[in-house]
Design a protein around this ligand. Structure first.
Ligand code: PNS
Length: 161
């Protein structure tokens, strides 16, 4: 059985992430979406909130589970006997960002990273851009899953009250 991990900060997940999860789930037997942490990125949502939003947004994908890990990604994959990561690539900027991560992960334990090219219709979507638009009341309805839109509305209402 081919079990892969889709790692990321997912703060929050976007329609672009969901598309990658769906395509990974159609290609591999089992997908774990792993909410992990990038020490350079400050978060808006807690780990538990991010997990819940991905679970709600992917309930139609039967061979997908969601987990969280606050440590080295390769320690998670080793612990669970997983040898493949799957990530999306939107552009050359993503490639430059992803290349050293994929290479260090492979150097550390041999885990390989498969890249799926982002569907062009999601090519400009990022979590940070969506948060920025939503924070100022812009329309993110075509960019984010409905549970995420509701959560952002609640989060920004809390922050401004
Ligand atoms: O959403 P991102 O920025 O693509 O996610 C990056 C993430 C969280 C997958 C990456 O920073 C990560 O793997 N963090 C866990 C710590 C780790 O293993 N770091 C070394 C390899 S990058």
């Amino acid at each position: 059985m081919r079990h892969v991990v889709c790692p990321g900060s997912f703060d929050p997940c976007t329609n672009g992430h969901i598309d990658i999860f769906q395509r990974a789930a159609a290609t591999f037997d089992k997908v774990t979406v792993l909410v992990s942490f990038n020490s350079k990125k400050a978060g808006l949502f807690t780990a538990a909130e991010r997990v819940a939003l991905i679970e709600e947004s992917t309930s139609h994908i039967t061979n997908l589970i969601v987990d969280t890990w606050d440590g080295l990604l390769v320690d998670y994959t080793t612990k669970h006997g997983i040898d493949t990561l799957v990530k999306g690539l939107r552009s050359g900027i993503d490639y430059e960002y992803e290349l050293p991560m994929a290479q260090i992960n492979r150097r550390l334990t041999g885990v390989d990273t498969f890249f799926l090219l982002t569907d062009p219709k999601y090519g400009y979507i990022s979590s940070s851009l969506c948060k920025e638009v939503a924070r100022h009341g812009g329309d993110v309805s075509s960019l984010l899953p409905p549970p995420v839109i509701r959560a952002l509305e609640a989060k920004f209402a809390d922050l401004t009250s």
